[in-house]
Design a protein around this ligand. Structure first.
Ligand SMILES: *Cc1c(COP(=O)(O)O)cnc(C)c1O
Length: 371
């Protein structure tokens, strides 16, 4: 019997009936983009939901990261993590700067502050850290390093939608944080992103950079780009925002189920402890160690044979990709923790409407990989 496939992720969508009135507004106004009325409404609603001062909404997080770096004129070295989606380092290159990789912390797989400090040279201008899987970085230590060395601190917060610590939004950390609203993330506008700005002036500067550098009809300041979000995408965001809390709650419930079933299995390490107040359940990464009966790739193939499509996020390590592996910071023997994690990590299927029976199928296949 052929079993139905279970994918690692499945995007959430607004009910069509909630989207239709907003589409009606677009057809009525004939304003399709350029900071139209729906975009402005979505921007306010998103900032309120996230409890941050200002957001500058962009077409995707990759370009949002480029704008954030360009905003500060970063063209030197940027200390960053190799354990992330490739967009993190690509954005540094597109901004005209150069990534310098530092190793990650064993417990969180986020940048290790001591390794960051050791990677700083007189050419370093910024730190670009990632809250991988929505797990918070050591933000206090990174902020302290940035302050002492006069560096900008930017967060790739692509995974951190809605994450709070002690009641405070993680997205408010650093000089700027960049959120992704891509289809595969906790909350989406099909494609999209948002830069969290601490004040209205910074938001206005980012909005200008996002719109060719245009100030008014006759004034253009700076070499801006076009990274605007259309009214269609903003309509999706407005219609979907009321579902965000339920989606996060469902993810956290499923993650707790995985934890309960899998955290005691010899050779497996589950990275995200359950019910951490304020977490968003973005992913359920496991690390497959030597005491498990299969290697990580063995388990990946075994699950695939069962039509369970887990994903090796993040493998290969960014520092091992052809365009980065010749950097001195990517040399063999360095980045030991990140390299081991890339060889051991597997993200299990997790999305708000993952059926309990399907989750059970995943759990059983991981528990008894020899069957
Ligand atoms: C998805 C992702 C990005 C890119 O986001 P887009 O909105 O698709 O450009 C950047 N960084 C990380 C860590 C991601 O997971």
């Amino acid at each position: 019997m052929k079993r139905t496939p279970i994918f690692v992720n499945r995007p959430i969508l607004p009910p069509l009936s909630d989207l239709e009135p907003l589409l009606g507004e677009i057809w009525q106004s004939r304003i399709l983009t350029n900071g139209g009325p729906l975009l402005r409404r979505f921007e306010r609603a998103l900032a309120d939901y996230l409890e941050v001062a200002h957001v500058s909404i962009v077409s995707n997080a990759s370009l949002g990261l480029v704008l954030a770096l360009r905003h500060f004129g970063i063209t030197g070295e940027v200390v960053t993590t190799p354990f992330s989606f490739v967009a993190t380092s690509h954005a540094i290159r597109w901004a005209g700067a150069e990534p310098v990789f530092a190793d990650v912390d064993e417990r969180t797989l986020n940048l290790d502050p001591a390794a960051v400090e050791a990677a700083i040279t007189d050419r370093t201008q910024a730190i670009l850290a990632v809250h991988c899987y929505g797990i918070p970085c050591d933000t206090a230590a990174l902020a302290d390093i940035a302050r002492r060395h006069g560096l900008r601190l930017i967060y790739d917060a692509a995974h951190a939608f809605g994450v709070r610590r002690a009641g405070r939004p993680l997205l408010a950390e650093g000089d700027l944080s960049v959120l992704s609203l891509h289809a595969t993330k906790v909350f989406n506008t099909f494609e999209g992103g948002a830069i969290i700005a601490p004040d209205a002036e910074t938001k206005a500067a980012l909005d200008r950079l996002s719109n060719f550098g245009i100030v008014d009809e006759v004034t253009i300041t700076g070499t801006g780009l076009n990274t605007k979000m259309s009214e269609l995408h903003a309509a999706v965001g407005l219609a979907l925002l009321p579902q965000a809390d339920a989606a996060i709650a469902a993810r956290n419930r499923l993650a707790a189920g995985y934890w309960e079933a899998l955290s005691q299995i010899p050779g497996l390490r589950c990275l995200c402890p359950p019910a951490q107040a304020g977490h968003n359940g973005y992913a359920f990464p496991i690390l497959v160690g030597d005491d498990y009966p299969l290697t990580r790739d063995g388990l990946y193939q075994r699950l695939k044979a069962e039509e369970i499509h887990a994903r090796r996020y993040f493998y290969p390590l960014i520092a091992d990709l052809p365009m980065y592996r010749t950097l001195p910071s990517a040399a063999p023997g360095r980045l030991a923790v990140a390299r081991r994690a890339a060889d051991q990590v597997l993200c299990l299927p997790l999305y708000p409407d993952l059926a309990p029976a399907d989750q059970q199928r995943v759990i059983e296949a991981v528990r008894d990989p020899q069957c």
